[in-house]
Write a protein that binds this ligand. Sequence first.
Ligand SMILES: [Mn+2]
Length: 326
Amino acid sequence: MADQAFVTLATNDNYARGAMVLGKSLRSHKTSRKLVALIGPHVSDPARKVLHKIFDEVRLVDVLDSGDSAHLAMLKRPDLGVTFTKLHCWTLTHYSKCVFMDADTMVVSNVDELFDREELSAAPDPGWPDCFNSGVFVFRPSKDTYEKLLKFCTEHGSFDGGDQGVLNSFFSNWATADISKHLPFIYNLSSIAIYTYLPAFKQYGGNAKVVHFLGKTKPWSYTYDTKARRVRGDIQESSSHPAFLLRWWELYSQTVLPLLFEAYGDQPFHSGCVEGENGDGMSLSHHAMPMISSEERKLRWEQGQADYMGMDSFENIQKKLDSFLK
Ligand SMILES: [Mn+2]
C-alpha cells in the first residue's frame, strides 16, 4: 500500500485550497494510501507549507523550467501548459498505481477500493458519456507512458484544449474495450446530474463517494459564514449541490483554515470566511487580497457578476484608477 497514492494538482492558491480540502477529506475517511500534491510555481509559500502538513509528498512541477521533454513539448504547444503539468503524474514512478483526483473534488466516504481497478479507469463524462471525465482516474505511473503521452499531445493537440481531450484520444478504447474500467458515476458525481436527470440523482445521489465541483464557479468562489454555517452568494446549482458545497466549507473552515492562519501568521490572506452578517461581528476575510484569478474575475464582470462589496468595490476601483493617474 505504501507504493500506491492519491495524486492531485494545484496550479495556484485557489486550487491549493481545493487540494487541501480534498486531502483532508481523504484523511478523515481514513485512507491507507499516500497523498501526493503536484504544485505549479505560482503556489505561494504559506500554501505550500499547509500542503506539506496534509500531504505525504508535495512536488513542484515547473514545466517551463524542467529542461526535459515536457519543456520541449511546451515550446511546441504553449497553449497546453496546464495539461503538460497534469500529465506529470505519470512520472511518479516510485508508486506502482495511483488515483488522480482534481483539486475541485472531495471524497464523502473511503474510496480505497479504487486501487483494485486498472489503468485507465474513470467515470463517464456527463456531457458526453462516450468520453471519460478526467477529474478522477486510476493510472500506473510509467516513464514510457509519460513520453508517449507527451509525444501524442504535441502531435495531435487536444480536442477540448485540456487534459481530458488528450487523455480520451490517447486511451481511445476506454468506451468499448473493458467495462471494469468504467467507474460508477458515484465516484465522480457532478451536480450537472441534478438538473439533467433529477430522478436518477434522487435514486443514486445518496450513494455518492466523490463529489466533483465541475464548472466555472468553484466552492472557493463563495463566502462562508462560520457563525450561521451558511454559504453566501448566488449558488449555481449547476456547479455545486448546496449540501455538498456546505460540506466542503465545513471541512475547510474546521480543518484547513486553522493551518492557513498558522502558516500566514501576521500576513493577510483571503480566507473566504466571515463571521456574522456584514458589519456585525469580526470579519475573517481580507478582501484586499484577491482570491480569484484576474481571468475569472474578468469573466464575472462580463457576466454582470462583479463583487461590488469586495474586490470590485468602488473603493478598490478608485484605488486602481488613482494608481494609473499618478
Ligand atoms: Mn475538475
